[in-house]
Design a protein around this ligand. Structure first.
Ligand code: PAF
Length: 280
């Protein structure tokens, strides 16, 4: 497995593969890998002849006061894990390599229809930061297929929309959420939970599952269900940012008769913000 830091080196590698007519799959990550990332890499392996994984904690998707500096970085452990998964190339650029003139004046990509709601309402600029770095990474790697997790469903929709709007020549695949045995969605931020917070954390998934069951059973007062979800999370000791029932295609509020729904929540446990969703 090759580990490269420079855009030029990565491009040269991909150019060689292209000459051999090999299909390239790409998994963008911010490192601190867990079982969810392993599933993304396995899906990427199924889709392509060569697999590139990026490890880059992207400053432009963190707001002021968020955990950019504190975000866990574990390059050596991540590389060992990726080598065991037979990844071909790890792209681990510095912030200077991606944003040589800093982040402030850098070109931004924005998907306005999807970026100001749900998580976007609580993290202004976050999805623009994601879209910007993903657009840049896709331009650097130029993969045939790029793989993302469905746990970050809003992010996945933003990327699907960006790829369609900008006619980027890549197929974007969403891989189902990987969960711990107690239902907690795997996340790099789970490691920040204290043992007592970790014991409470599965309540997020339990609450979303209960709301999904109520919807499947025909309940259709969405506002009431969302309020019920918020109350359940508060009772479990969390501070919900939101609980939202939305149409999975466009994240708009559902009307009666819509069946493709998704239940989202973001909630704080101490200083850790957890997100999750259940698709119907
Ligand atoms: O989901 C993530 O880890 C990040 O948002 C991504 C897609 C790697 C962009 O920095």
């Amino acid at each position: 497995m090759q580990v490269v830091q420079r855009i030029s080196e990565l491009r040269e590698q991909v150019r060689c593969w292209r000459e051999q007519r090999l299909a390239v799959s790409f998994v963008p990550t911010m490192g601190n890998l867990h079982a969810g990332h392993v599933a993304l890499v396995k899906a990427a392996r199924e889709q392509g002849d060569r697999v590139v994984v990026s490890l880059f904690v992207n400053p432009t998707q963190f707001g002021a006061g968020e955990d950019y500096e504190a975000y866990p970085r574990s390059l050596e452990v991540d590389c060992a894990r990726l080598e065991a998964l037979a990844v071909d190339t790890v792209f681990a650029p510095s912030a200077l390599e991606i944003y040589p003139a800093g982040t402030a004046g850098h070109t931004r990509v924005d998907v306005p229809a999807l970026s100001g709601i749900l998580c976007g309402a609580f993290r202004p600029g976050h999805f623009s930061g994601v879209a910007t770095v993903v657009a840049k990474l896709l331009n650097i790697v130029q993969p045939d297929v790029a793989v993302f997790g469905r746990k970050d469903y809003q992010q996945l929709l933003v990327i699907w929309a960006m790829v369609a709007d900008l006619a980027l020549p890549v197929q974007v695949i969403g891989v189902p959420t990987v969960r711990e045995p107690d239902g907690l969605a795997c996340s790099s931020r789970n490691g920040n939970l204290t043992p007592s917070q970790r014991a409470l954390a599965p309540e997020l998934h339990r609450t979303l599952t209960a709301l999904a069951q109520a919807l499947r059973a025909g309940e259709s007062n969405f506002a009431l269900l969302e309020a019920r979800g918020r109350e359940a999370l508060e009772q479990a000791g969390m501070r919900p940012d939101y609980v939202g029932i939305r149409r999975s295609a466009d994240l708009l509020e559902p009307r009666g008769g819509d069946t493709e729904l998704i239940v989202f929540a973001a909630a704080w446990l101490g200083n850790t913000r957890l997100i999750d969703n259940v698709e119907l």
